[in-house]
Structure formats: structure tokens, C-alpha cells
Design a protein around this ligand. Structure first.
Ligand code: TRP
Ligand code: SF4
Length: 400
């Protein structure tokens, strides 16, 4: 709402694979050209589940950043940082915890689901209950309005919206709000002020959501507003107090169509992955030994691509022409399975080649990655400090 900002995080809990690439990273790479993007390593989030064995976090952080860079995330366009290097996240999490009812956290579906799923970890901790609230702090810190997440994380963005609304409701009421907002309207200049008033009336009297959107767009274009005026004017259109923490929207990432080698979802826990920068020989071997339609025992047994995980790979990697060739060849026993796999092998290797190349300089000189992250942390900190100044002020924690 303040500007078009995107924020997303990833937990460092192991190396990334092609499922992450097709499910998440390709989307990030697209977004970085369209919006101001913040992508970060959610190491504290990883700690909520891996607190007994944090070494995997330490081992994964830099590899994960290299994977991002290898995939094409551009540190010039996007800000890349590590959550724990911007300790303001912890401060905002704490302050939000003061106003968040326990029941809101207990009813987030991932809370019970993950406890059941990861039953070998003891997740009846304070930190784990607060997982989605820490995520809210991540999002609200950057006043991000778009949060690319998978289906399972939508409830966390929803919680974030509720927490932001509650925060603004409790702390956005300043004495003399109406007068200050009116003064801010005048500072828009007469033409814009008239338009702003018109839109506000249309929204408040007729509930016209388009008018609300237009008013927001109008404010967004205004570069020279002070942060405080901006917050007032955003809040004033809706009739309320200041909007200190704007509500984000989930940007639902389409579920990855990338299956694992065995046809199930690609996941480390199923042991069916191809890692992002996996060695070419290992990739060839993995695909060559992939299971196929069990009906094709001998070369001249006909098969059904719908029963074969290789076919799912063709659907991602092959042209329609190649798909047709595989489909017909399978159903008529015109081709053998190894023959059928070859174009998939070639396509996966071709996809990975530039990734391995992009990773090379970072592997040779780790300080390059350290510097990218140091720079990103600095940029992120500047935004975080701004937000925290506003937040402390709104609560009354400045003691001047
Ligand atoms: N919980 C997210 C996941 O498991 C990671 C994450 C942490 C995140 N903070 C975030 C994602 C903020 C989006 C925005 O994938
Ligand atoms: Fe699978 Fe191709 Fe073999 Fe058919 S021919 S079973 S699609 S690998």
C-alpha cells in the first residue's frame, strides 16, 4: 500500500532442488523485475523447528544464497539479507506479541499440522507457537504489500493482516487526528486534494472499493509526502486513524508442477530430488534409473505415459512435438524408455548449465556472497530502522 514492495523468506534447512526452482525461485526472478523485492534467509524460523540441531542451518545459509544467485536472483535488483542480521525483526515480533491473542496463534492450521507431522521434534515451545507472528513481523517491517507464498502459508499472511489491523487500531489513534489529516490533505495541492476528498466520500458513503483503490494509488504517486502524512492519509480515506503497518496481500504462488523422480512431490524427505546444481553425471544416472510405467517390462510392451513419472518431466521440459513423440512411442512400444528419457536428460542439463556457471565465481570466492549479503543487510536495516522508529513512536516508547 505504501509502495509496491514484495517480501519473501526461505528457511535454510538443506540444499535447494528443482522443485524449489520451479515452485519458488522462478517466481522471485520474475517479480524482481516488476517490484522492489526483499528476499531473506529465515534462519530464526528454521531455528523454531531445528533448535536442537542448528548445524544444518549454519551449513545451509550460504549454499542457499548461492542457489538463489545461481537460479538468477539478481542482487542488484533485489535486496538479499539474513533475518538474524536485522535484529529489528525480533523487536517487532516482541511488540506484536503484546497485542496478539493466544487464540489467534493456536488456530493457525500449520501449528497443529506441523506438530503432528514433525512428531520427532518437540514443537510445544513458545517459539514455535510464535512462528507465524515472527513471519508477520518480517512482512510488516518492510510494509510489503505483496507476499509470494505457497498455499500452506496463506493463513500466515491472513494472520498478519489481522495483527496489522489491530496494531493500527490500538496505536494509530493520535490526538487531533482529524485536524492533522485535513492539514495533510491541503498539502496535496488543490487538484489532488479535491480528487482525494471525492474518492474518500465515495468510499465512506457508498463503500466504493474502486474509489479506495484510486485514492491509494493517488497517494502512492506522491513522492514528497512525509511518512507521517502518508500514514494519516491512508488511514483517513478509510475513516480511521493512522495506518502505521499496512495490510499485506498474499501473492499465491502456483503449486510447483515439478514432481520428484518417483512421481511424488519433489521433497528432500522422500529422497527423490535433483538438486539445483547437481553434478551432471549424477543427474544422468538419476534420470536413467527413474521408475517408468511398470507395465513396460520388455522393450515391446506398450505403456501408458499417465502411469510414468518421466511423462511428468516431459510435460515440464519438452516441446509439444517431443511430448507427442514420447506419448505415441510409449503407447505403441515404438521407443524404449531410455530413448524416451534422453530429451528429458538433455533439457534438465541445459537448464542447470547456466546455474552451475553462475554459481562458479561465488564458489571460488566466498567473499563475493558475504559482500552481497552485507550490502543487502544494510539496505534492509535502513528500512527496518525507519519502521521501528514509527512503531516505537506510535506506542510511546521514545522517552524524549
Ligand atoms: N514460513 C515461510 C516458509 O516456510 C518462510 C518465511 C518466513 C516467509 N518469513 C516469511 C515467507 C515472510 C514469506 C514472508 O516458507
Ligand atoms: Fe515412461 Fe517414456 Fe517409458 Fe513410456 S516410454 S513408460 S513415458 S519412460
Amino acid at each position: 500500500m505504501f509502495s509496491d514492495r514484495v517480501l519473501s523468506g526461505m528457511r535454510p534447512t538443506g540444499s535447494l532442488h528443482l522443485g524449489h526452482y520451479h515452485g519458488v525461485l522462478r517466481n522471485w526472478i520474475k517479480l524482481q523485475h516488476e517490484f522492489e523485492c526483499y528476499f531473506f534467509v529465515a534462519d530464526w524460523h528454521a531455528l523454531t523447528t531445528h533448535y536442537e540441531d542448528p548445524s544444518v542451518i549454519e551449513d545451509s545459509v550460504w549454499d542457499m544464497v548461492i542457489d538463489w544467485l545461481a537460479a538468477g536472483v539478481d542482487p542488484v535488483q533485489a535486496t538479499l539479507f539474513i533475518q538474524s542480521r536485522v535484529p529489528e525483526h525480533a523487536e517487532l515480533h516482541l511488540l506484536l506479541s503484546m497485542i496478539t491473542p493466544l487464540s489467534w496463534l493456536e488456530r493457525v492450521p500449520t501449528y497443529k499440522d506441523q506438530q503432528e507431522k514433525l512428531s520427532d521434534h518437540d514443537l510445544s515451545t513458545y517459539g514455535f507457537l510464535g512462528y507465524p507472528l515472527l513471519q508477520s513481523a518480517d512482512i510488516l517491517m518492510y510494509r510489503a504489500n505483496r507476499v509470494p507464498v505457497g498455499e500452506d502459508q496463506v493463513a500466515h499472511v491472513e494472520l498478519t493482516r489481522e495483527v496489522a489491523r489491530r496494531f493500527n487500531h490500538i496505536y494509530g489513534r493520535e490526538p487531533g487526528f482529524e485536524e492533522k489529516a485535513e492539514a495533510a490533505v491541503k498539502r496535496l495541492g488543490s487538484r489532488r486534494a479535491r480528487l482525494y476528498r471525492e474518492l474518500r466520500t465515495r468510499y465512506l458513503e457508498q463503500g466504493d472499493a474502486e474509489a479506495l483503490e484510486s485514492a491509494r494509488a493517488l497517494l502512492q504517486e506522491m513522492q514528497n509526502l512525509t511518512m507521517a502524512d502518508r500514514e494519516r492519509l491512508f488511514g483517513y480515506v478509510e475513516g480511521g486513524g493512522k495506518v502505521i503497518l499496512p495490510e499485506p496481500q498474499a501473492l499465491l504462488t502456483e503449486a510447483s508442477r515439478m514432481p520428484g523422480l518417483d512421481g511424488q512431490k519433489m521433497s528432500k524427505s522422500y529422497g527423490n530430488t535433483i538438486s539445483l546444481r547437481e553434478d551432471a553425471d549424477a543427474v544422468v544416472k538419476k534420470i536413467r534409473t527413474m521408475p517408468t510405467d511398470p507395465a513396460r517390462v520388455r522393450r515391446n510392451d506398450v505403456g501408458d505415459p499417465e502411469k510414468c513419472p518421466v511423462w511428468s518431466f516431459h510435460q515440464i521440459y519438452s516441446t509439444l512435438e517431443t511430448q507427442q513423440w514420447a506419448n505415441q512411442g510409449c503407447r505403441s512400444a515404438g521407443i524404449g524408455c531410455l530413448e524416451c528419457k534422453q530429451p528429458v536428460i538433455d533439457a534438465v542439463l541445459a537448464e542447470q548449465k547456466p546455474m552451475r556457471e553462475r554459481a562458479q565465481p561465488y564458489l571460488e570466492d566466498p567473499t563475493l556472497v558475504r559482500n552481497i549479503i552485507a550490502d543487502g543487510c544494510e539496505r534492509a536495516s535502513a528500512v527496518a530502522q525507519d519502521t521501528m522508529r514509527e512503531v516505537r513512536e506510535a506506542i510511546g516508547l521514545t522517552y524524549t
